[in-house]
Write a protein that binds this ligand. Structure first.
Ligand code: HEC
Length: 103
């Protein structure tokens, strides 16, 4: 195998290992699904209800990324969402985009 082939193989395997972590799996791995489900309210709101609430709001993603990372309460009720320090900002963006795409 020559060097450029090797580089290509490494690049492809890096890509597939990232894709293996699909968004629902990331949400499970980050413990979101302990309190949330896509279509039913658990401790927190159903993700499809979140998507419906923020549909068409341009600043929703940034706002929700901050909320996921820092936690907060009062939007859906008195129960607070705790901060999620296990989630990086990039992961929070991935998760919020996925949440906002639920219907
Ligand atoms: C311990 C339970 C718990 C965990 C774990 C949790 N949440 Fe929440 N989440 C809540 C509650 C409760 C609310 C409602 C907060 C409110 O009323 O402002 C909420 C609200 C939200 C909202 C809507 C926020 C808003 O202002 O409308 C999003 C988006 C969200 N969670 C995403 C996530 C993601 C992504 C994760 C995983 C990183 C996660 N949550 C983990 C309990 C949790």
């Amino acid at each position: 195998m020559n060097r450029s082939m090797l580089v290509a193989v490494v690049a492809v395997s890096a890509l597939t290992s990232q894709m293996a972590m699909a968004n629902p799996d990331l949400a499970k791995a980050k413990n979101c699904m302990a309190c949330h489900a896509v279509s039913t309210k658990l401790v927190g709101p159903a993700f499809k209800d979140v998507a419906a609430k923020y549909a068409g709001q341009k600043d929703a993603e940034g706002k929700l990324v901050a909320k996921v990372m820092k936690g907060g309460s009062g939007t859906w009720g008195a129960i607070p969402m705790p901060a999620n320090p296990q989630v990086s900002e990039a992961e929070a963006h991935t998760l919020v985009k996925w949440v906002l795409s639920q219907k």
